[in-house]
Ligand binder design. Structure first.
Ligand code: NAD
Length: 491
């Protein structure tokens, strides 16, 4: 039998118990994964104080070059302990082992290495030689300093990847952090705090508080006056709640939120590549990636062939155990989430969908029936205003609809309250340059999906987010400038 972990909060380098605990179960078979100590308001308060104290300790005095070296040591420690991280991530999410290795843990390592490379950018000094209308002269430059204590709140879909995506640049800029992982994926955050301490990150620089959102850890953290900035990834509605909680303290926020991402497939594309790429963009991580495609628009002459090809790809994805090399798709995060995805499938049928694959939970006839598996699902035939075409489902589902003209395709893609990502499949270079910039999204891929350069800005428009992170954008959010203006005497 697998061991059941006890997960404590980490405050100032110490493990802290909660007055209450909650259980984390596996979405593979419902078995118990961990007993988690929920942080009370007092524990959150202690974590914020520990993070504040650490700013004036050895961490605050580290030279930039030493901070970069330390972030690299963290990357190496995560690499050395990769299989522990894989095990933690798989225990919480049930995703295939190989996916956790090549995606989640590999990206965690890359996030720290990238932050170490980028650390000098966080102190960049814009400078201007000034000459005013009345002949006075000055040198202006901006000196960037850390924000202070940053609250990092992340969801369950890519727990370690998203956590390190935020923690690494926050630390690179010299901040300290209080981290709240999702209640559904508490394991890798606790392990990360341990690995970071092992790499030499001083106590109090990274604190972890476990718990829920409203009336629990998340709310205590986001309304805490000792927090200098909040970075959050999760649902759009949670973003609104956090903004409200942050408002009295005017705490700056950065939000990476939901999506209802479109793919546009033109007749001039390489059809096989577009089908395979779209299948990857719909079904990766059981569709539980904010960047996943849920709306596919295909030019009419190739519509039927595309739907047939995508259906073949969907049916070829075998659901199963994380350690089975034949597994093509893992479970959803929980049975509650599966019930939500299933209810959208029922609604789609009421709204007039034709089902080409999936839509019903899978039966295994063994303990996996206690898990949260759901098959790749494809619908056609829905109207553009159907709830299932406008709401984010966050599962392995998509709707495929035909279009006739390029203008129509762009209008369909942009007809959403969300604006996170989109993909254009075309062999026409002029079309690529016309269509991609016309899409109202933070990220537009051409003939690709989720190909990322960590230096480029990441985020969404509308209900998909507020601000950008990644590269320079992260450096800006995690630091603030003081403009220094030095008057220079007359010529
Ligand atoms: P969620 O918003 O329910 O929860 C995210 C985190 O916020 C969790 O840690 C949760 O405990 C916490 N939380 C919930 N309510 C809170 C509150 N009132 N105050 C403070 N904290 C609170 O999201 P989820 O279900 O965990 O994740 C799925 C969502 O995340 C999807 O909408 C998905 O699109 C989005 N997402 C976006 C991106 C992106 O980069 N844009 C990336 C991944 C996931």
């Amino acid at each position: 039998m697998a061991t059941v972990a006890t997960l404590l909060n980490v405050v100032g380098g110490r493990g802290v118990e909660g007055e209450r605990t909650f259980t984390k179960v596996s979405p593979v078979d419902g078995s118990l994964v961990a007993q988690v100590h929920e942080a009370s308001g007092e524990t959150v308060d202690a974590a914020v104080r520990a993070a504040r104290d650490a700013l004036s300790g050895p961490w605050g005095r580290l030279r930039t070059v030493d901070r970069a070296a330390l972030l690299r040591r963290v990357a190496r420690t995560v690499e050395e302990r990769a299989e522990e991280f894989v095990a933690a991530e798989v225990a919480d999410t049930g995703k295939p082992l190989e996916l956790a290795r090549r995606l989640d843990v590999a990206r965690a390592v890359a996030n720290f290495d990238h932050a170490a490379d980028f650390v000098y950018g966080t102190e960049r000094q814009e400078s201007y030689s000034t000459e005013t209308g009345d002949g006075r002269r000055a040198l202006n430059y901006a000196y960037r300093k850390p924000m202070g204590v940053v609250a990092v709140i992340v969801p369950w879909n890519l727990p370690l990847l998203l956590l390190t995506w935020k923690v690494a640049p926050a630390l690179a800029a010299g901040n300290t952090v209080v981290v709240k992982p999702s209640e559904l994926t508490p394991s890798s955050a606790t392990l990360l705090a341990e690995a970071m301490a092992e790499a030499g990150v001083p106590d109090g620089v990274v604190n972890v508080v476990h718990g829920f959102g409203p009336g629990s850890t998340g709310e205590y953290l986001t309304s805490h006056p000792g927090i200098d900035a909040i970075t959050f990834t999760g649902e759009s509605a949670t973003g609104s709640a956090i903004m409200t909680a942050a408002a009295p303290n005017l705490t700056p926020v950065s939000f990476e939120l939901g999506g209802k991402n479109a793919a546009l497939v033109f007749t001039d594309t390489d059809l096989g590549r577009a089908v395979r790429g779209t299948a990857r963009s719909v079904f990766t991580n059981a569709g539980q990636v904010c960047l996943c495609t849920e709306r596919v628009y295909v030019q009419r002459p190739i519509f039927d062939e595309f739907v047939a090809g995508l259906t073949d790809e969907a049916l070829a994805l075998v659901p199963g155990r994380p350690d089975d090399p034949r597994t093509g798709i893992g479970p959803l995060i929980s049975r509650e989430h599966r019930a939500k995805v299933r209810s959208y499938c029922e609604l789609a049928i009421k709204e007039g969908a034709t089902v080409h694959a999936g839509a019903e939970p899978i039966l295994f006839g063994n303990e996996l029936d206690q898990g949260a598996f759901f098959p790749p699902t494809i619908w056609t035939g829905l109207g553009r205003d159907a709830v299932t075409v406008t709401d984010e489902v966050f599962g392995p589902v998509c709707h495929v609809a035909p279009f006739d003209t390029e203008e129509e395709a762009v209008a369909l893609a942009n007809g959403s309250e969300y604006g996170l990502a989109a993909t254009v499949w075309t062999g026409d270079v002029d079309r690529a340059h016309r269509v991609a910039p016309a899409l109202d999204v933070g990220l537009a891929w051409v003939n690709s999906w989720w190909l990322r350069d960590l230096r480029s800005p990441f985020g969404g428009n509308g209900r998909s987010g507020l601000g950008r992170e990644g590269g320079r954008a992260a450096a800006d959010f995690y630091s603030h400038p003081t403009n220094v203006c030095i008057e220079i005497g007359p010529r």
